[in-house]
Every structure is written in C-alpha cells, then in structure tokens.
Design a protein around this ligand. Structure first.
Ligand code: ZN
Length: 347
C-alpha cells in the first residue's frame, strides 16, 4: 500500500537553563509535514494547555439573552429570511432548530443554523439529541439546493463555538456554505486525493489512510459506525486536531440519517473530552462534494481553541498566520490516547 506522505524530521536547540543553574539544556523539536493537507507543524516537547476553564460567566454577562438575535425575543424580528423561491416559509425548521441566511455572508450561499432557542449550551451538553435537528436543517437545505438544480458542487457545515474560536455569539450556531468552487483547503484535499490515486494504481487515499493509521495504532481513535475518528498527524491547531472520515461516502447525499447519528455520537464524545480537559471552544468543518467524487470521502476536522491566562493571549501567532506553520505543543499520539477512553464502549 502506498504511504500517505507523512514526513517527520527532528531538530535540536541548546541553551543555558536559568532554572537549572545555567546548565546546558537540549530542546528537541519535531518538524512534521503532511503531503495531503500541506500542513507543516512543529510538535514541541512541552505542553501548553489551558489549565483552567475560561470564565464563561464573563461571556454570558457581555452577551445576555436579551441582546441575542437567536433567542426567542429577537429571533423572528431580526434574522434574515430566504427568498420565497428557496422556501416559502422563509426559514428551514425542524423542532426548535432553524436555518436562515447569514446577515454577514462569506459567500454567495452562507447560512446560519441554530440548534434550539437555548442561549448557552456547555460543551458537555452538546449531546447527539441536542445537535440532531441543527444538522438536519443543514441537510434539508442541501437537499433543497440540489432540487433547484443550480449546479453547485461543494458544501460544508462549519462551527465556531464560543469567542476564542471566532464565535461572534455564544448562542450555538452552525454555518453552511454551498459553492461552485471548493475553498483552497478543500481544493488541496481533492488534488492530493487525485494525485494519490494516479500514483497508486487508482487506490483511494482515504481508504489507505484509514488502513495505515489503523495498522500503525498511534493516531487511530475509534469508529462510530461508518465514521472513522483519527488524531491528525500534522494538526492545524496548537491543541491538536481530530479528524472524522465517512467511509465510502463520496457525496453528501450518500449520507443516511443513521450515518448522521453515528457522526453525532462521535462528535459528542470529542466534546466531552474537551469539556473534561478544560477547553471551552473549538472550530469544526465538515467538507463534502454535492455530486459523487470517487476520489473524495466526506470528512471533516475539529480543532480545540483557547486563550492563555492571564492576558487572554491568543493561540494564534505569527508562525501560523504569516509563516503557515503550526506550533503544536500537543503530541498527536498522546491526544489520541487521551480520546480513546471516551469511545471505549464502541471498541
Ligand atoms: Zn441566544
């Protein structure tokens, strides 16, 4: 089986250590590069972690229900509606969940979905039942877009949960994007998968990645039904990255309702892990094609986000923003071992 392009190199630095009588100290840094994603990162031998949960009360005080556009008082008055050609009712609804156009769109078709009228939902309460309808309205919307036959090819479901991850509102909400062209990162994944197939007698990159990671037994977290969960070899965030891949699903419309349940079951376990580990924020993206693409399997990523006390220091710095390399004090193989117990009943 052709390797999937994980590159690793070790480099060392030296200094005289003020905490040990200025004795010579060796520091080892592991440079990693993933040919599939193009992500370069540096795994550092020390762990920087948010030791304490951020003060969530502060967020709640600054963003009360009374000012929230997604809470019941303001919701119908100040959230946009779709043109009637999309949906006569103006919004997609299921139970308490609702999907409507983003008032500050990033793209031609950028919508927001809320799960319920509940203003703040802590990470450990993001259960499959709580999230189900929010993801279902995204599916309903994608199905409607296809019905309208406008030739869109790519879709994504995205989540900035809480302000450290760029969330502008604490009321949990997803964002969907439907487009003709993929984003540059998704384009990278598509190109890598095609190149891999060309070099490996037509083999599917994701199939081989899962098989190799399972065999290596270092970053393979678990399966929830058809969904495989991995700790990324070269993470896109300081606190590591958790990947999910839907086996053999080559379009969003291959996914059944039970595939979504399998996904939400895994997602809630990841959230539980984050909650217990004192994280309070994450980004998630779920990438899919809207027509069958045999090179690409529906998949996505979750990255924990945090700010460092006492200054509220960002987890992004010049290295990531301007050099396109990630400083990662979280060892992916350790992240995997920490996550596995949360999936234990499935193994
Ligand atoms: Zn709210």
């Amino acid at each position: 089986m052709k390797e999937v392009g994980f590159k690793k190199e070790i480099t060392s630095g030296y200094y005289l250590d003020p905490f040990n009588g200025f004795q010579e100290k060796k520091v080892t840094i592991e440079l990693r590069y993933d040919e599939t994603t193009g992500v370069a990162c540096r795994i550092l031998p020390y762990r920087v972690r948010p030791a304490q949960k951020p003060d969530l009360d502060e967020f709640l005080e600054k963003s009360p229900e009374s000012l929230c556009p997604f809470c019941p008082d303001l919701f119908e008055k100040i959230t946009p509606r779709f043109l009637p050609s999309m949906i006569a009712e103006g919004k997609f609804k299921r139970g308490e969940a609702s999907l409507f156009p983003n008032v500050f769109p990033y793209d031609q078709n950028n919508n927001v979905a809320i799960f319920s009228s509940r203003h703040f939902v802590p990470l450990n309460e993001l259960t499959p039942g709580m999230m189900k309808d929010g993801f279902a309205v995204c599916r309903d919307y994608f199905h409607r877009v296809v019905e309208m036959n406008m030739g869109y090819k790519h879709c994504s479901i995205n989540w900035n949960y809480m302000p450290p991850a760029g969330g502008g509102l604490i009321h949990p909400h997803l964002q969907t994007i439907v487009s003709y062209k993929p984003t540059s990162f998704v384009q990278r994944l598509l190109t890598s998968a095609q190149n891999y197939a060309a070099a490996a007698n037509g083999d599917n990159l994701w199939n081989n990645l899962i098989a190799l990671e399972k065999k290596a037994d270092k970053r393979f977290i678990a399966n929830t039904g058809s969904v495989c969960w991995l700790a990324s070899f070269a993470p896109k965030s300081m606190a590591g990255e958790i990947d999910f891949i839907f086996r053999e699903k080559t379009s969003f419309f291959d996914l059944t309702e039970s595939n979504f349940s399998e996904f939400l079951s895994g997602l809630s376990r990841v959230f539980n892990y984050l909650y217990i580990s004192n994280f309070a924020s994450f980004n998630m993206s779920f990438y899919a094609t809207m027509t069958n693409n045999n090179y690409f399997w529906v998949q996505g990523k979750i990255v924990p986000r945090f700010v460092l006390s006492p200054l509220g220091t960002s987890d992004l710095n010049y290295f990531e923003k301007l050099h396109n390399e990630i400083i990662c004090p979280t060892v992916p193989e350790e992240l995997c071992r920490e996550l596995q117990p949360y999936f234990k009943d499935l193994l």
